[in-house]
Design a protein around this ligand. Sequence first.
Ligand SMILES: [Zn+2]
Length: 453
Amino acid sequence: MNRLSRQRIIVVILSVCFAIPVSGARITAQSPTSAPKEEFKFGKADLDLLDQASLLDKRFEREDQVFLDKATNSYLQRVGESLLPSDRNLEHVIWKFRALRDPVPNAFALPNGSVYVNTGLIALLENESQLAAILAHEITHVLNRHAYLQNRSNRKKYLAINIIAAIGAWNPAGGVAGAAIDIIAAISPFILITTMFGYSRDLEKEADLKGVDVMIIAEYPPEEMVKALKLLSNDIEGEQLKFFYNDHPQLKDRISYVTAYLGSKANKTTAAFELHREKTAYLTKIETVSRHDIQLAINSARFRTAVYLSQKFADFRPDSAENIFWLAESYRALGPRSPGLTEKELTDNARKDAAKKRAKLMPEEEERELLATPAGQQNWKNNQQKAEELYLRSLKLDHPVPMAHRGLGMLYEKMGRTREAIDEYQKYLDLASDAVDYGRIQRRIQTLKSSGD
Ligand SMILES: [Zn+2]
């Protein structure tokens, strides 16, 4: 890219302000599922944005950000397509619904019809109707060309300030957001800002309310949109994330206007048993992607989220050795932290302090600090004990996971129970001869043996 066009893109893209309403994008009585009546005319800036969207798709694929599980993605595709209007052919739109490997609860649509739902959001939702609510919202952004409208309306206003704020916010706590966000930032700051913070309030409201209509037409109970928004308001990590999908003031606002809008619709409440059946079907479909997400959550120090999600799957299928194993892993990773946050830890000030601390400390440093306190010591004891029980339980179930032996080995090693640690590591190696960490565990055993001599 030459210097001039890069400069131009930066100017084009930096000039976003999501607080400014976009003119010409009012909520109208027009049928929610059809594209805007007048044909959308693509200008140069629109085509540039479209190019960036396609480039992003390629980078996500190339850099392993798309969760490559055929069953998961075809499920998303099926639910997504069921929400599309019959006249779904839009110029420069190819509908693709896929999971993105990122534990932060978020979703976004690119103007070319690529809709991404983060693994962290898929795992958090309770049923297919809630997934449909998220997709209906994102689909509306694409159908009504929101990215282009906002890009056009704000191009000349507001320079670097917003992008600087965005860049400061996207990585406040030692990598809360995954590599996907880095890729977006490198390609399109405009898309970065809309991905993280959403569009203007008017456009977001339009996406929510038309999303409700889209759900009704596709026969999903629309009140599940409110439930999904409430689920997102549940701040498991006590963090100061200002992403659109978990921005609390905005969520409160969304819950109240969607609820009011639903009140004006016919009563569509779905029978409880029907929702229960739906929940079971949904959790079965997302079990694989959720286990993957639990690992991502642990890797990115979202330990309480990992406990919350693995508990959900352990409750769903308590006889699954794999689900119990993930719960054990999550408790072991939790270390000296408490599994849930107290009211006090969830106040605005406490969350601000926690975010600052997280930005300064690595998870290991945070652990050391906590372990120096009586409460941290107590949590550590409780969590280790819980993890041990769970590993042992998972090993007694059908189809046990060899990694449970490795988990026990790590747990015992940390507790100073060296002989048991060696035994468990050895059992792991005996059962998993092709494990990627075979060599590493073998060296662990050697080290432990020689330290015991
Ligand atoms: Zn949105």
